[in-house]
Write a protein that binds this ligand. Structure first.
Ligand SMILES: Cc1ncc(COP(=O)(O)OP(=O)(O)O)c(N)n1
Ligand SMILES: Cc1ncsc1CCOP(=O)(O)O
Ligand SMILES: [Mg+2]
Length: 534
């Protein structure tokens, strides 16, 4: 199996603005090989569907067989399915896919953006398809047609998502571009146990053709590049934002020059067809703000301004809470923190403080509350008259009680921690993240640092996510937009240089120090190799 390959099944839009033509352009832009199976040939201009000719069921089957006789894809993106016969063929083929099964995304295109009909499916076909796809990506109009509801408010939107899940959808990514009742454009991912929203300020530049196709095929591209689903969705959302920005900048430039190109003719009230190549999303402002769950504790704030009456995620990007205190006081000559040892008891501080270490974490995972409290109290006392910043892992109440410098919390810890109490007590806050979605969730908190991991395989802890590697680490550091960053997970003398070269502010290690024959010199060797010390 070739991983970086996606099959696109859908209508061939002769204008190149949407359908499988657009899918292949998107995949090429993201460096993924796209194969195509045409369900129909749609004679289209950039503003109208003139006529469409569906592919016969047998031809559809033959196209599939031809592709299947070579390499299988990592993902399959399905767009417009012309009729029930085609749905039947696709269901039969999807059912017999060899393992490992590709990730199957259905973008349920029913009409063209100009209003032409591309798909007529019975409710039986819809149910059958839902049983075979991993994710469906309707806009709110499509969600309405699929569920028989008029989706025109947040309440009906939630009902429609539930209805589609009960029709058999395993997961839904409902796009918010058409949800005019929302202040921001919010895409919602929902499965049986997860709800994640991705919000962008509404941009009023104009309408672009083929955005649904681009989003679903970009999602498949990020999936085959081995991103977790939440990260693939974050990247796909950012990719769309980047394409829109580039498309409207190009269209505007063309119309300013008074060129009579297709772009300039259709810029304004009409949809523009050209979507320039933009490549992998890299501009931090193009990334959405991300909320986990309807009551994400990171997003919940006390009502502080009139705009709190708006839906929560709409408010956040504009009414951000106060940042947590910086690691260094303003004007301090240092900005990096160097090697960050993470240790299991206060005795380690006695061993390591003489190195002149800048930052250290007490991560006590066992013992009674009294014993942990005593460890924290001792560690605070040991660091009180040093320059070393002491972070306490997990035990935020005890950290406040004993006056530690800061607290380190993981994503799950945020559900029970009182962030307001930590902020009020003046403690710094570090938070763990494991990819794009969590970074975008946490940035809004403006923590004192963002931990990024795990970078390499680690034996210290069982991780639910995959190792990120140094290439992604570099992308995450840039995405953090100046918030100090800490890399963690499997870092040792052999790889610390490459980690430091990403520009990360600090490098956290457990076993590279605690299991070293000489922890004292292991600290220096790491600091030197990373370029933090001479
Ligand atoms: C610097 C740093 N980064 C990540 C972690 C992990 O924190 P968390 O996800 O809460 O997991 P536990 O450490 O509690 O197992 C950390 N402690 N420090
Ligand atoms: C606590 C933690 N969080 C992410 S990786 C990790 C363990 C890092 O340990 P090591 O440096 O020994 O790989
Ligand atoms: Mg924790």
């Amino acid at each position: 199996m070739t991983q970086q390959r996606v099959w696109c099944i859908g209508g061939l839009d002769t204008s190149g603005g949407a359908g499988i033509t657009r899918d292949l352009i998107t995949l090429a832009d993201l460096g993924v090989h796209g194969c195509a199976i045409s369900t129909q040939v749609a004679a289209q201009t950039s503003s109208a569907l003139l006529c469409t000719q569906p592919t016969s069921a047998s031809n559809l089957n033959e196209q599939w067989q031809a592709l299947a006789s070579e390499d299988m894809p990592g993902a399959i993106k399905i767009g417009a399915i012309a009729n029930d016969e085609q749905a039947l063929v696709l269901c039969a083929r999807l059912q017999t896919l060899p393992k490992p099964k590709p990730f199957v995304v259905w973008d349920p295109v029913l009409t063209t953006s100009s209003g032409g009909t591309l798909s007529v499916l019975s409710s039986n076909s819809i149910r059958a398809l839902l049983a075979h796809v991993d994710l469906i990506t309707p806009n709110t109009d499509e969600l309405g047609v699929l569920t028989g509801l008029t989706v025109d408010s947040e309440e009906v939107f939630s009902l429609a998502l539930e209805a589609l899940l009960s029709l058999g959808a395993k997961a839904i990514f409902a796009k918010g571009g058409h949800a005019k009742w929302q202040h921001e454009a919010t895409d919602t991912y929902i499965s049986a146990d997860t709800r994640i929203t991705f919000s962008q300020p509404r941009d009023l530049a104009g309408a672009l053709r083929g955005t649904g196709c681009m989003l679903a095929s970009a999602l498949c591209a990020f999936w085959v590049k081995d991103y977790a689903i939440a990260d693939a969705l974050t990247l796909a959302n950012a990719y769309l934002k980047q394409v829109r920005a580039a498309a409207f900048a190009t269209a505007l430039a063309a119309s300013n020059k008074k060129q009579h190109s297709a772009q300039s003719r259709h810029c304004g009230s009409r949809k523009i067809a050209m979507a320039p190549a933009v490549g992998f999303p890299s501009v931090p402002s193009d990334f959405p703000s991300v909320c986990f769950g309807e009551n994400d504790p990171v997003s919940l704030r006390k009502a502080v301004s009139p705009c709190d009456v708006l839906p929560r995620c709409d408010v956040l990007s504009r009414c951000a809470p106060a940042p947590f205190p910086a690691l260094y006081a303003p004007g301090h000559p240092r900005s990096d923190l160097g090697i960050y040892p993470v240790v299991e008891d206060a005795a380690w501080l006695t061993k390591l403080l003489p190195t002149g270490v800048n930052i250290i974490q007490l991560r006590v995972k066992t013992g009674t509350k009294e014993a942990i409290s005593a460890q924290i109290q001792k560690a605070v006392a040991l660091t009180k008259h040093s320059d070393c910043k002491l972070f306490i892992n997990d035990h935020w109440q005890l950290a406040i009680e004993h006056g530690a410098y800061g607290v380190h919390l993981g994503q799950e810890d945020l559900a029970t921690a009182n962030l307001t109490a930590i902020r009020k007590a003046g403690l710094r806050l570090g938070v763990s993240t494991h990819g794009y979605a969590e970074i975008q969730r946490i940035k809004r908190l403006r923590p004192s640092y963002i931990a990024l991991g795990h970078i390499f395989p680690t034996t210290t802890k069982t991780m639910p996510s995959k190792p990120q590697g140094v290439e992604r680490l570099g992308e995450y550091v840039a995405l953090c937009e100046g918030i100090p960053t800490v890399a963690i997970g499997g870092i040792n003398l052999s790889n610390v240089k490459a980690v430091a070269q990403t520009g990360v502010s600090s490098i956290a290690v457990v076993t590279a120090i605690t299991q070293a024959a000489n922890p004292f010199s292991a600290y220096y060797d790491l600091a030197k190799e990373a370029g933090f010390a001479n």
